[in-house]
Design a protein around this ligand. Structure first.
Ligand code: GLA
Length: 377
């Protein structure tokens, strides 16, 4: 990043040296500023004016260890050229140890989501005992490679230590949630703002609804009722007022009862001029042929006025048609701000047996990759 900043004319730097924090950082949408595109990894926030959209990239992603030449252009370069914020992938120390995977992450993706390292069982396995080893590794990799980060996830019924799920009284659980969120979101607060204003999202609540749109049974709902959502978002807002705060769930893939349920939750939390929830994440773990309702789901979610993101995309068998249906749906809905696939290559996927990602087991781009690049041309 330091090298890139050195590209900025020194005179201009001096002129604005005392300007507000976001100016001169890697920006996405700081108000009163505009973005000047340098390359697929770095756009600089400069004072005033309208955003300069990045030109369509013609960079060819590296093909470390691969055999098929990839289509020209990068996923992130193409999607940001279309006005979106990022094309991302999940990652963590396990996949950051694989150089071929890292080559793909660097060339094609603009954002990373920790696959596991920020989940409750990873960061607070015992009450008040915080462990940030893997999360720090991910964050340090992202910041040193100019990638955005989607923090994932603060309140989730799964991968939750039993010391939390066995809490039975509301005062203790409220205090435990507040302490967890202030520590974890506080840990990474401002980590990126020096170089990357407003490019850090948090999945504050994950998978809190049933398929019929009612609240899922969990320690959080069972002990605190629906109020746990407000408690969690308020704690996240207090810990990091600049991060975009998301509610995230699966099966929000058509305009169904669960989509309507999420909309009800958003409207009940963001009442009376208070905005605690900034965005809705739809995970999109799809089955083959399951993309037909995506645009209607995104449109319904965007009807809340919030930003919407596709946060964990993978599609069984990765047909080019299914992938391009999803990508085109995001392009067609202006509030859809980005797409994250849940991994780079099939070999590292949690659904590896269904080959659901854009790269094969050898990190070579699949037909769906080429189709997605073309869909964003
Ligand atoms: C959910 C979670 C993710 C991940 C997947 C499986 O979608 O949100 O963090 O655990 O399940 O990998």
């Amino acid at each position: 990043m330091a090298k890139l900043i050195a590209l900025v004319p020194l005179l201009a730097l001096a002129q604005y040296a005392s300007a507000a924090v976001p100016v001169w950082g890697q920006c996405m949408r700081a108000s009163g500023t505009h973005c000047v595109y340098f390359n697929d990894y770095y756009s600089q926030c400069q004072p005033g004016g309208a955003t300069t959209p990045p030109p369509p990239t013609t960079t060819t992603p590296g093909n470390p260890g691969g055999t098929n030449p990839p289509a020209s252009g990068t996923l992130n370069g193409r999607i940001t050229a279309k006005g979106k914020k990022y094309f991302g992938s999940c990652a963590d120390p396990g996949t950051l140890n694989k150089s071929t995977n890292v080559g793909r992450l660097k060339s094609d993706f603009g954002c990373v989501t920790p696959e596991n390292s920020m989940k409750w069982d990873a960061v607070e396995p015992s009450r008040g005992g915080f462990n940030y080893g893997n999360a720090d590794t991910l964050v340090n990799w992202a910041t040193s490679n100019g990638k955005m980060i989607r923090g994932h996830t603060l309140v989730w019924h799964s991968q939750l230590p039993s010391w939390v799920s066995s809490i039975g009284d509301s005062a203790t659980l409220t205090s435990v949630i507040n302490n967890h969120i202030s520590n974890v979101a506080g840990r990474f607060k401002g980590k990126l703002y020096g170089t990357c204003f407003d490019c850090y999202d948090w999945d504050v609540c994950n998978e809190i609804l049933n398929e019929d749109g009612s609240y899922r049974s969990s320690v959080f709902y069972n002990v605190l009722g629906a109020n746990f959502v407000k408690i969690a978002f308020q704690a996240a807002k207090n810990a990091d007022g600049n991060a975009k705060l998301y509610i995230n769930d699966y099966n929000l893939d058509s305009n169904n009862a669960k989509v309507q349920g999420i909309i009800r939750v958003v409207n009940s939390v963001n009442t009376g001029g208070t905005r605690l929830i900034d965005g809705i994440g739809t995970q999109m773990h799809l089955s083959t042929g399951g993309a037909g309702g995506v645009q209607s789901a995104l449109t319904a979610l965007a009807g809340t006025g919030l930003e919407v993101a596709i946060t964990e995309l993978d599609i069984a068998n990765a047909s080019p048609n299914d992938y391009t249906t999803v990508v085109k749906a995001c392009l067609a809905v202006s509030n859809c701000i980005g797409i994250t696939t849940w991994g780079v290559a099939d070999v590292d996927s949690w659904r590896a047996s269904t080959n659901p990602l854009l790269y094969d087991n050898n990190y070579n781009p699949k037909p769906a990759y080429t189709a997605v690049i073309q869909a964003m041309a």
